[in-house]
Design a protein around this ligand. Structure first.
Ligand SMILES: [Zn+2]
Ligand SMILES: [Zn+2]
Length: 373
């Protein structure tokens, strides 16, 4: 079997058995088994899921990272290797990333004797819920690592295309939960209650003004309300409505300013309508900030490798690779996967043709980075 076919077969097997964040037990077992068969050396990390291997010798260490988890989505792609775990799907292409880094591990293993240092390859659990990088770091995965590299497939780019940028790349991610507490009443006697649904509705509309009317138009901000829950029948005004949503920014000062505006609007509406509104913020990963030099280096190697490269646009998504880059320098890159449907869509269907080529790129990048670290 060709190397490319091997990687595609592995990807398809991972794709058929996707697992949610921190439940990647079978994925971990498979990845371990394939790496073991290829003779890779495991770095012990005391985590229930995830795998770390090392190849080469010497003091210098460069790290590569793949994420291995999937999403709670029902797959709507009609392929023979569609998800067999109902309600779970590799809709972000982490199966692709995993097979790319499996390939890189095998390629590096072949030339282990010539490597001017070590390459540590992290198969990270729980990217989607933004907890995995932190856990791996706590387990020692970054110890003595000089620089780290990782990828995300980019459905909007063709296969063979590559993009990255120095400085901020992916966004600061915040989740917010808002509780609107009114007063229940008979729906026919609203004057006796405080209508939490009406207050919540005003709040959703008022929040639209934050990005559009109180932030510099040149700064990137997304504030979305994504869930609204309240009431359970037709003739009762509910006591409480819960809203949930997300804030995405690239600059810390903008992030703080928007949070302050949301809190102020909620407090003002609460007072105006005699309701009680509680805003709870849950910080996700901070903005992913690529090291300028390593990003330029990764792009140079990509040019040399034969990718069509370009400067990446700012991305409003979150990516917990950011957590590694808070500790050590490195670069995160986008590689074209040419899917008609985007990430997290039930019909997301990346082109597997990117896998082998990306494996060769990351093996080359790690080797060249060892010479520069
Ligand atoms: Zn994702
Ligand atoms: Zn992803």
């Amino acid at each position: 079997m060709s190397f490319a076919q091997q990687l595609i077969d592995w990807r398809r097997e991972l794709h058929q058995y996707p697992e949610l964040s921190l439940q990647e037990f079978e994925t971990t077992r498979r990845v371990r088994q394939w790496l073991e068969e290829a003779g890779l050396r495991f770095v012990p990390v005391s985590l229930p899921t995830g795998v770390v291997v090392e190849v080469g010798q010497g003091e210098k260490i460069i790290a590569l990272r793949a994420d291995i988890d999937a999403l709670p989505i029902d797959e709507a792609v009609d392929v023979p290797f569609a998800s067999r775990n109902k309600g779970v799907m590799h809709a972000c292409g982490h199966d692709i990333h995993t097979s790319v880094m499996l390939g890189a591990a095998l390629l590096l293993k072949e030339k282990e004797a010539q490597l001017p240092g070590k390459v540590r390859i992290l198969f990270q659990p729980a990217e989607e819920n933004f907890g995995g990088a932190k856990r791996l770091i706590a387990a020692g995965a970054l110890e003595n690592v000089s620089a780290i590299f990782g990828m995300h497939n980019e459905p909007g780019l063709p296969v063979g295309a590559f993009a990255t940028r120095g400085g901020p790349f992916y966004a600061n991610v915040d989740r917010l939960v808002i509780e609107v507490n009114g007063k229940g009443a008979h729906a026919a006697r609203p004057q006796e209650g405080i209508d939490a649904i009406v207050v919540a509705s005003q709040l959703v509309v008022a929040l639209q003004t934050v990005a559009s009317r109180s932030v510099d138009t040149l700064d990137s901000v997304v504030l979305s309300v994504t869930r609204i829950l309240g009431g359970n029948t037709w003739n009762v005004l509910p006591e409480k409505v819960e809203l949930e949503g997300t804030l995405r920014t690239h600059r810390q000062d903008v992030r703080e300013h928007v949070k302050a505006r949301v809190n102020a609007i909620a407090a003002g509406l609460a007072q105006a309508f005699n309701a009680d509104i509680q805003v709870h913020w849950h910080a996700g990963p901070s903005a992913l900030v690529n090291d300028a030099q390593w990003a330029a280096f990764a792009r140079d190697v990509a040019d040399w490798h034969g990718y069509q490269t370009k400067e990446a646009d700012l991305h409003m998504g979150g990516e917990d690779f950011a957590v590694y880059l808070e500790q050590i320098p490195g670069a995160f890159v986008s590689i074209g996967s040419a899917s008609e449907y985007g990430l997290h869509h039930p019909a997301f269907n990346p082109d597997e043709a990117l896998i082998e080529d990306a494996s060769r790129y990351f093996a080359l990048l790690a080797e060249k980075a060892l010479l520069h670290a």
